[in-house]
Ligand binder design. Structure first.
Ligand code: ADP
Ligand code: MG
Length: 409
């Protein structure tokens, strides 16, 4: 089946052609028809399999076919996403796909001035992509009315329905008409979240592709046992052995993100970081540098992992293991997207062996072990630039000058 054969707005087909999308992916093939029919859908499909277009194509088409030619009449679809970055990315896909239709798209999220967003809403918007905080702010201030919303999409649905957001989502659905269509998309889901999803819809849901192995077969992933204090040497080695690769490094906390950045700077490796202590402008700048390849290493916390699509990330390093097993899937899923292949390696210290067990239980299979003998391990540390004489001299100088400064005070 080709996109050409679908009964969707012709303008979307033009965009798909420009994007070079010829055939639907599996999840697109399975979810576009029921969404076009107006059914509620809970779609679980592996990372990088094209879930965004799987809901964007039928949503834009439905709105385009129903659109009144005379006047704008309020937001018709709300897409909720957990982070600014993801909201922007989804909005980019909608904008691209809707370019040759009359459907209008706007993205709103916190961390930036709300006035331009309000002005945008007043111009008439069909599809609104939003993070929860700013959405509810604008609703409570009366800038956004929900009475025309016909379709609600939750991307990264399990995360959106998780504790922190569920009350907000319920409040939102209570404000929407009962006739609405609800779409849930994610790479991971559990029974509890599935029940929550069911409680938000009236029509029976269609469950789509639900893979046994949540990790995409495009990803080769393994685990190496590395002492907590030695991890930086092994990251240095991974970077040096893959000089052309874009590498995404995940750490447990924002403090550790900055610490890894410093450690890499000491050995002349340039990184950028992204975490919740950074404001929207800093995060955008870091993402842009990483996207363009100007900086090849991005150090991130889990918050930023969900859904982000950077097509040429070749390598994911779990510098720390994730606390929640499903986040393992989301982290390694930043590589091996679409048709591409990807590599992932996790650094597991003694303290993290229990967490590793939980992850493997979640995946229902063991992760490949990296074979490393003692001398290989020791060499990685010995060969670190941190131990070459130039770096040691520089460190000593820095130490002496600090000492002098202190004395001078
Ligand atoms: P997911 O949400 O499932 O993790 P995305 O929607 O972010 O995946 O898409 C992953 C990548 O696949 C994107 O770079 C996107 O441009 C590409 N893609 C999506 N649909 C198709 C298609 N039908 N043909 C080719 N590439 C596609
Ligand atoms: Mg996605």
């Amino acid at each position: 089946m080709k996109f050409d054969d679908y009964d969707i707005a012709p303008g979307i087909k033009r965009s798909l052609e420009k994007l070079g999308f010829k055939k639907p992916t599996d999840i697109q093939f399975r979810s576009i028809p029921p969404i076009l029919k107006g059914e509620d859908v809970l779609a679980i499909a592996q990372t990088g399999t094209g879930k965004t277009a799987a809901f964007a194509i039928p949503v834009i088409s439905t709105i385009e076919f129903r659109k009144r030619p005379d006047r704008p009449d309020g937001v018709k679809c709300i897409v909720m996403a957990p982070t600014h970055e993801l909201a922007e990315q989804i909005a980019g896909v909608f904008t691209e796909l809707a370019r040759h239709t009359r459907v209008t798209v706007l993205c709103i999220h916190g961390g930036v001035d709300q006035e331009p967003q309000i002005a945008g809403l007043n111009n008439g918007v069909d599809v609104l992509i939003a993070t929860p905080g700013r959405l509810f702010d604008l609703v409570s201030q009366g800038h956004l009315r929900l009475h025309r919303v016909e379709i609600l999409v939750l991307d990264e649905a399990d995360h959106m329905l998780d504790l922190g957001f569920i009350k907000d989502i319920r409040d939102l659905t209570n404000k929407l008409t009962n006739k609405r269509q609800t779409l849930f998309f994610s790479a991971t889901i559990n029974e509890h979240i599935k029940d929550l999803a069911y409680s938000l819809v009236r029509n029976p849901i269609r469950i789509q592709v639900s893979p046994k192995d949540p990790v995409s077969k495009n990803i080769t992933h393994s685990v190496a046992f590395i002492g907590m204090d030695d991890k930086r040497y092994f990251l240095e080695r991974v970077v040096n052995e893959n000089p052309e690769s874009k590498i995404l490094v995940f750490v447990r906390t924002k403090v550790r993100a900055e610490r890894v950045l410093k450690a890499m700077e000491r050995v002349d490796i340039r990184c950028v970081t992204i975490h919740s202590d950074k404001d929207a402008a800093e995060r955008n700048a870091a993402m842009a540098q990483f996207r363009s390849g100007e900086v090849k290493i991005l150090v991130a916390t889990d918050v930023s992992a969900r859904g982000i699509d950077i097509p040429d990330v070749d390598f994911v390093v779990n510098y720390d293991l994730p606390d929640k097993p499903e986040n393992y899937v989301h982290r390694v899923g930043r590589t091996g997207r679409g048709m591409k292949k990807g590599l992932a390696v996790s650094f597991c210290s003694d303290e993290e062996k229990e967490v590793l067990g939980d992850i493997e239980e979640y995946l229902t299979k063991p992760i490949n072990r990296v074979e490393m003998d003692r001398s290989d391990y020791a060499q990685t540390i010995d060969f670190s630039r941190e131990h070459d004489w130039k770096t040691l001299m520089a460190k000593e100088e820095e130490f002496q000058s600090k000492k002098k400064k202190k004395k001078g005070k």
